[in-house]
Design a protein around this ligand. Structure first.
Ligand SMILES: C[S@@+](CC[C@H](N)C(=O)[O-])C[C@H]1O[C@@H](n2cnc3c(N)ncnc32)[C@H](O)[C@@H]1O
Ligand code: SF4
Length: 371
């Protein structure tokens, strides 16, 4: 079979490199136990703890402590990084999350919070995200079908599920819309685009059982008053018990048809071309080659223990030689993200593990901002 090769454009190859974006998996603990999570299952890791560098776990024994996280955050405004995605684990259950966001926003960075959604029901959280001028909040919800969603994304307390995620989104949008300064930037002036912050969106993991959610979730998102939706393919190793739910080459036409149908009548922002084609490639031809990839040049990935990688792909991480291992622990972002580097260059490891980085790198289209 001919190896598929494509450029990382429109977000990197032929343009001047974008200022770096940091995808920061802040902390390992989580309020959910999603069965497919990149962090694996807590129950499994209690029996056999994860020890390999670069592998994620919800156990937090090696996580940076709050002082180390905040110390690194204070160095970010002096660096080339201009946009930070705060993920996890679950970032909104970490007590110092609001001081951390304050440091980043006061330092002039764009902040996008990626959450499972339930913590948005706490009035102090929703209000604070608006008050602090967070640029966007991406909430994970896989389906319009509560049973399907809660089967794959169960909460640890056995109570919170789809309904609490929906009510969290609703509360955040209500807090934003009732905020007298919703269209203002944190420093005062009305935003040039007049759009209220945070922009609110839904991230949906797509499997062979919920392909129709590529169309159905945007319709639900519109009803809720959301601004964007990002469908991302389930990514798992062949040995995982849910691997049979992953998409493969036979699903590519359906994936493209669903994206085409929803793009024809856009109700909310969806990732633009060539993302649907990239998803089709990722599920059809592991591994394709990306020329001029933005990883390690305009995108970095930090893990809860401080390890810093060119991108979040487990394949890329495993292929990184130990002499190139780096950490944000006791680090200075101005040095770590120093001058522009070639980064990954031509990467032969494109897969479902990294395809969702394309919408991430095109986030200016969502927050209406020239990055
Ligand atoms: C690891 S979570 C961290 C942030 C937060 N806890 C949440 O769920 O949104 C970040 C995103 O990765 C997605 N995700 C987790 N495991 C995945 C997998 N195996 N394949 C595809 N997406 C996955 C989640 O659904 C979520 O949208
Ligand atoms: S909510 Fe996010 S981090 Fe938590 S288990 Fe689910 S996907 Fe993983």
């Amino acid at each position: 079979m001919t190896q598929k090769v494509f450029p990382a454009d429109p977000v990197g190859a032929s343009q001047a490199p974008l200022p770096p974006t940091l995808l920061w998996a802040l902390r390992s603990p989580c309020s959910k136990g999603c069965r497919y999570c990149y962090f694996g299952l807590l129950e499994d890791h209690k029996v056999v703890p994860v020890t390999e560098v670069g592998r994620l776990s919800h156990l937090h024994r090696t996580d940076l402590n709050p002082a180390q996280v905040l110390a690194f955050a204070r160095t970010l405004p002096r660096s080339r990084v201009r946009r930070v995605f705060l993920a996890g684990g679950e970032p909104l259950i970490w007590p110092p999350i609001l001081p951390l966001i304050k440091i980043l926003k006061e330092g002039g960075l764009q902040v996008i919070v990626c959450t499972e959604g339930t913590p948005l029901n706490r009035p102090d959280i929703a209000e604070a995200l608006v008050e602090l001028g967070v640029d966007a909040v991406s909430v994970s919800l896989d389906s319009v079908d509560p049973d399907y969603n809660d089967r794959l994304r169960p909460s640890r307390n056995g109570k919170d599920g789809w309904a609490e995620v929906i009510s969290g989104i609703t509360k955040l949008i209500a807090a934003r819309d009732s905020h007298h300064d919703g269209t203002r930037q944190a420093d005062g002036p009305v935003r040039p685009d007049g759009q209220a912050r945070p922009r609110v969106g839904i991230y949906s993991v797509i499997t062979r059982e919920n392909l129709a959610d590529i169309q159905a979730v945007p319709a639900l998102a519109q009803q809720l008053g959301c601004d964007y939706v990002v469908p991302q393919p389930l990514s798992l190793d062949a040995g995982h018990d849910l691997y049979p739910m992953t998409l493969s080459v036979g699903h590519a036409p359906d994936v493209l048809n669903h994206f085409a149908a929803v793009s024809a009548h856009p109700s909310v922002h969806l990732p633009a071309a060539p993302y649907p084609q990239h998803v089709a490639t990722a599920i059809s031809a592991p591994f394709a080659t990306v020329t001029g990839c933005f990883g390690g040049r305009s995108l970095y990935f930090a893990q809860p223990d401080g390890m810093l990688w060119d991108c979040p792909s487990s394949h890329r991480i495993a292929a990184t030689p130990s002499h190139q291992h780096r950490t944000i622990r006791d680090g200075d972002a101005a040095i770590l993200f120093g001058t522009a580097t070639p980064g990954c260059g031509d990467c032969t490891l494109f897969s479902t593990d990294c395809v969702q980085m394309w919408p991430l790198m095109d986030f200016s289209a969502i927050i209406g901002d020239n990055h």
